[in-house]
Design a protein around this ligand. Structure first.
Ligand code: TYD
Ligand code: MG
Length: 458
């Protein structure tokens, strides 16, 4: 084959909001619809045919039958942290690139430093582009554990990082964070879309070639985008997202993408003075410990990821002080709250139009499971009547626009979790069919809101 051409430099336009690439400038990004976000970047294309044909010669890949593929080579390593192992699908796979995303201050650095400290048989290289080695050391001494096999490198240039990693040959590499790293091959400054893409691609190549798993930390913006949406998610093998209120103690680590396991996994951690503590039974923390009930609280049997857990919904209904009634919800969609209040007004005759309604989810959790509707309605009614619900009842049901209570997914698991935690009664939709007869708990089936009111406040 004729040898011709050399690497070419090409101008492209990147959207700073979503990372979409387009060949020419436009006022509005066709992908995310944002205005004035396209910036010009130069990228190097084509490594030249000479190089490519050498690479092609070196590769001896041929199609093979799936049955003949050796699957035992998927070596998993336990991280000494049961919650982390579970969320990764049974441990960290060799040569995988795991992205941990989350808002600043949520605990990404804490978690990724805690893993090697609590797993000292694993030699770890912790690359920090954000903190000095003294700061990392201070954090490490707070976290406890054995730091003898954990090496810190404060460096932001990728080429140097890889040089050190090849020399040290660690069992795990942590890079904190993708936004601070840069590579010489791209001209732009660290944190720009093209740098982030290239840094992630370099790390992926490194992980695959060396077999060393890499944990990459990425900051996320308020609207949940990891450095402009989706630009990293398709490059990495696993995406874990840290959620929670940084003021609250509980943090949820959710698996959004996992090439080696299920994405319906979720782990709960509590931020303590000495780092993150695994919470193996979240329900026990999220439901009140006091025996006597207060009006305005109700317990929801929720399912998040694959995990059932119970938590307390709190509502406060009071007469509006100002002209228009206020509606506010923490951890719950306020539009959904408004919808539920409208259903209560229209379908069950409760006049809540002139009332302020405040809603709060325990533990700073953000709830999106529609099965919590019934607990929200029960807590609003309880506060409105100033009538405390018995402490041993809980709820799982979605409320429809006509006031009907609709069945929820995996009702059996919710019922058995409630029974396990000592609840005596659970309210569910009358359209639910339970697989087995639950033991130790009375299941009350309600068809609509009036039926719920009759059941609770007769
Ligand atoms: P950090 O891991 O630095 O967050 P991120 O890397 O996601 O930006 O830590 C977040 C917060 O956790 C910080 O405000 C201090 C707090 N923290 C504790 O409460 N206990 C601890 O043991 C540590 C190390 C941090
Ligand atoms: Mg950090």
């Amino acid at each position: 084959m004729a040898v011709s051409g050399s690497p070419k430099e090409k101008k492209v336009w990147f959207c700073t909001s979503c990372g979409n690439e387009s060949p020419k400038w436009m006022g509005k990004c066709p992908y995310c619809g944002e205005w004035n976000t396209l910036v010009e970047k130069s990228v190097v294309t084509g490594k030249g045919p000479a190089k490519r044909s050498a690479a092609a010669r070196a590769s001896d890949r041929k199609p093979v039958s799936i049955n003949e593929v050796d699957s035992t080579s998927d070596v998993r390593r336990s991280l000494g942290n049961a919650e982390m192992d579970r969320i990764l699908g049974g441990g960290l796979v060799e040569g995988s690139l795991v992205l941990i995303g989350g808002e600043p201050g949520i605990g990404k650095s804490t978690l990724s430093l805690q893993i090697p400290l609590h797993c000292p048989e694993m030699k770890t290289l912790y690359v920090s582009g954000e903190e000095s080695s003294r700061q990392v050391k201070m954090r490490a001494s707070r976290l406890g554990g054995d730091a003898s096999n954990c090496f810190i490198l404060c460096e932001t240039m990728m080429e140097r990082v890889l040089e050190e990693a090849r020399e040290l040959q660690p069992d795990l590499m942590v890079v904190d964070s993708v936004q601070t790293m840069f590579t010489e091959t791209v001209e732009t400054s660290p944190g720009s879309v093209s740098q982030i893409k290239e840094v992630a691609a370099i790390l992926l190549r490194f992980a695959k070639e060396s077999g060393i798993p890499v944990i990459l930390i990425g900051h996320i913006t308020k609207d949940g985008y990891i450095a402009g949406p989706k630009i990293l998610e398709h490059i990495v093998d696993v995406v874990l997202q840290f959620e929670g209120d940084n003021r609250g103690a509980y943090r949820i680590l959710r698996s959004i993408k996992n090439r080696f396991g299920s994405t319906s996994e979720l782990a709960v951690f509590e931020m303590t003075g000495t780092g993150l503590r695994e919470v193996s039974n979240p329900s026990e923390l999220l439901i009140p410990m006091h025996d006597q009930s207060l009006s305005g609280t109700a317990i929801a049997a929720m399912l998040d990821g694959n995990r059932p857990f119970m938590f307390e919904v709190q509502a406060l209904v009071s007469s509006a002080v100002y002209g228009t009634a206020q509606r506010s919800a923490t951890g719950f969609d306020v539009r959904r709250l408004n919808m539920l209040l409208a259903v209560l007004e229209k379908r069950a005759g409760f006049k809540l139009g002139a009332k302020d309604v405040f809603l709060n989810m325990a533990g700073g959790l953000k709830i999106s499971d529609p099965a919590c509707d019934l607990a929200v309605v029960a807590s609003v009614l309880s506060s409105s009547f100033d009538f405390a619900l018995p402490p041993d009842i809980c709820f799982a049901g979605e409320v429809g626009l006509s006031g009907e209570i609709r069945p929820v997914s995996q009702a059996d698991r919710r019922v058995s979790e409630s029974a396990r935690l000592g609840f005596r009664k659970i309210y569910i939709s009358s359209f639910t069919t339970l697989g087995s007869k639950p033991e130790g708990i009375e299941v009350v089936k309600v068809a609509d809101i009036p039926a719920l009111v009759r059941g609770l406040f007769r």
